[in-house]
Design a protein around this ligand. Sequence first.
Ligand SMILES: [Zn+2]
Length: 376
Amino acid sequence: MSNEIEARVYLAATGNLIPARVQWNNQGRISRISRLDTRTTSLPILLPGFIDEHIHGADGHDVMEATADSWRHIEQALARHGVTGFLATTITAPWPELMAVADLARTYEVSRDSICLGMHWEGPYLDPGYKGAQPEESIRPIVLTEIEHIIARSQNARLPLQLMTVAPNQPGALEAVRLLVAGGVRVNMGHSGATRDEALAGISAGADGVTHLFNAMAPLHHREPGLVGVGLTSEKAWVELITDGVHIHPDIVRMVFALAAPRVILVTDGISAIDCQPGRHRLGQWMVNVDGASARLDDGTLAGSILTPDQSLRNLLDWGISLRAIVGGWSEAPARRLQLEGRGRIEEGAWADMVELDAQYQVRGTIKNGQWIYRR
Ligand SMILES: [Zn+2]
C-alpha cells in the first residue's frame, strides 16, 4: 500500500483543514506535505491521532483483567476510534490485583503498531470522601515504601507507569508526589476534596494535572475555589475533561475551554462497555449498569463512561468548540504533556500517527507509525 493520502488535513501550522497530500517514509515519519490546488469537500478529513491518558477498557475487556489478550482487544477496539496512543488506566483494587497489572506492564509485548503507551494508576491513594466509583475498601492510606515499590516495579517496564492520580489532601500526599515525580511519574490530583491551598501545595510538590476536572472533587465555590479553581487558574496544571454531555454540562465545557484551552486534555474515562450493547458490564471489581449514554453503579454513581474520542469530537463540534481547540485537547496537549516526541501534530518530520474521518467525522481509518491499524 502506498504511503500517502490525500485529504483535508489539519495542519499544525495553520490550525485548520487544508487540502493536501501527506506522504510518509518506511520508518513511519511524514516526509512531505504538499498542498492541493482544489476546493473540493469530497476529500476525507485527516487529523492527528487521538491520545487518551485515561481509559479503563473497551470491547468487553477491562485493564484490570491483567491479561495480554484483554489488553490487545482494548488496543484493537480503540484503534477503531482513531486512537494512536493511550494510557491503560487502573481502578483502585486490592494490592495483589494492582501487582498483577504491574507485572503485565513489565512484560507486555509492544510492537510497532501498539498504541498503548504506558500505565495510568487511578488510585489507590485517594480521598474516600470523593471516591466516585473507586471501591472504598481498597483505597489505601499513603505508605511511602509502597510507592517506592511501585516505582521500582515500573523501571524498565515495556509499559512504564506514566501517570498516577493521587488525592493531595491525604496524609503523606505531598511526600508521595515528590517521590513519584523524582521517579519519573507524572501526578494528577483527583478523587479529592482538596481545598485551594491543598491543591496548590500539590502543585508545588510537583503534581501537574487534574483528573477529570469537576468530577469526584469538591464543587467550585466562590470563597473556596478548591481543586476545580486551581485547575482552572493554575498555568502549571493540565486538566482532564470528559465530554460525553453527562459528566459535565456543555456550558461548563465551553467555560473550561474559554479559560484554559491550551491546558485541556480530553479523555474518555471509557470502560469495558465501549462498543458493547447496553446492559451489565465490568469496571474493575464492579458490574455497572450501562444504558445508551452512561455507566453507573447500582446506586446511580457515574462509573466511567462509554464515550469514545470520535464521539467526543462530534459532541464538541455540536457544542460550538473550534476544531483547533479540539485537536489541541485530543492530540497536541496530551502529546506535549506525555513528552511524545514528534506526535500530536501533522507536519513534516513528525510520526505518521493520524486518523482519517468522513465529512460527518466518523472514523474511516487509523494510522500509527505509518501503518494502517484500522480501515473501515
Ligand atoms: Zn477513571
